[in-house]
Design a protein around this ligand. Structure first.
Ligand code: AMP
Length: 303
């Protein structure tokens, strides 16, 4: 996309994307496009890009006139014992990949730009969506999603996108953000893109770099377990049989899941059988040094 309106020079698809660090600078850079009524797309990321991120960027690039990627390792969504300090970072590479994927502007603020002294506000989707699965207080807890919705609400206000793109890999996050957008009337559309996987099925994740080779091989059992859950549930018309098959796959790889649960894909309410609605089967498991999450959605047969 030629962004003369944005930067005064021609951006080619092989150039590193332009980085913007300040909120005011980003708004200024987007003002001409907004005035012209061009469609603005936003892909929020924490960086260390992989093909999963790139698939979101490509989809956004195909649909939008101007593409903004945010690159921000958001401290408020990490618990005190989580991996904020060691979260992998490689901004130079990210900027190159973003440029190749057609990103016009990378918004990469310092933490103090988004959370200045005295910052005291949070956006929280309460109840059933954020207190289960990863939001269970014994796991990452609802504070994780409070951090996510707060920063995503800020990004929506800063960028003003027409369309924002998220990955199905983080199914609960996508459901929470959709609910926030609906409840707070954000004037934008949320697109959720399919999970991109490695050749052996492992869902791509920046955190996969934490896996030692033996654990990396074992980790493929997670996607095999989810595939087995779907296959068995549909073949036997029994969700319980599907979950048992998944548990067996995990056990064979000596993976003890933090959770393996079936829930309504939209409300995340528990389900105890195939309901005629899409069902999310979600798993979280620690494998070696990495906490991995993955999921599959079982669509109702013939639906
Ligand atoms: P992250 O940088 O991990 O916060 O992810 C940024 C966005 O990319 C989120 O919307 C994720 O759901 C999405 N994403 C991460 N991994 C994948 C994947 N393997 N396939 C598709 N989308 C992904």
């Amino acid at each position: 996309m030629n962004l003369d309106l944005l930067s005064g020079d021609t951006v080619t698809t092989s150039a590193a994307a332009r980085v913007v660090r300040g909120v005011d600078e980003l708004r200024l850079a987007l003002a001409p496009a907004r005035r012209e009524g061009r469609a603005i797309g936003l892909v929020p990321t924490m960086g260390f890009l992989h093909e999963g991120h790139v698939s979101l960027l490509r989809a956004a690039h195909a649909e939008c006139d101007v593409l903004v990627m945010s690159l921000f390792v958001n401290p408020t969504q990490f618990g005190p014992n989580e991996d904020l300090d060691r979260y992998p970072r490689d901004e130079e590479r990210d900027l190159r990949l973003a440029g190749d994927a057609g990103v016009d502007l990378v918004f990469a603020p310092a933490a103090s730009e988004l959370y200045p002294d005295g910052f005291a506000t949070a956006v929280e989707v309460s109840g059933g969506l954020t207190s289960v699965l990863d939001g269970d207080p014994g796991r990452r807890g609802p504070g994780h999603f409070r951090g996510v919705t707060t920063v995503v609400a800020k990004l929506f206000n800063i960028v003003g996108p027409d369309i924002a793109y998220f990955g199905q890999k983080d199914a609960q996050q996508a459901a929470v953000i959709k609910r926030m957008v609906r409840d707070l009337d954000f004037p934008l559309r949320v697109e959720v893109m399919p999970t991109v996987r490695e050749a052996d099925g492992l869902a791509m994740s920046s955190r996969n770099v934490y896996l030692e080779p033996a654990d990396r091989a074992r980790a493929a059992a997670i996607s095999r377990a989810l595939a087995a859950a779907e296959r068995q549930a549909l073949a036997t018309d029994s969700l319980a049989a599907g979950l048992a098959a998944a548990r067996a796959e995990l056990a064979a790889a000596a993976i003890e899941p933090e959770y393996l649960e079936a829930r309504d894909a939209e409300t995340l309410e528990p389900v105890d059988g195939l309901t005629g609605h899409p069902i999310l089967v979600a798993v979280a498991a620690r494998v070696g040094g990495a906490r991995l999450i993955d999921n599959v959605v079982i669509e109702p047969p013939g639906g």
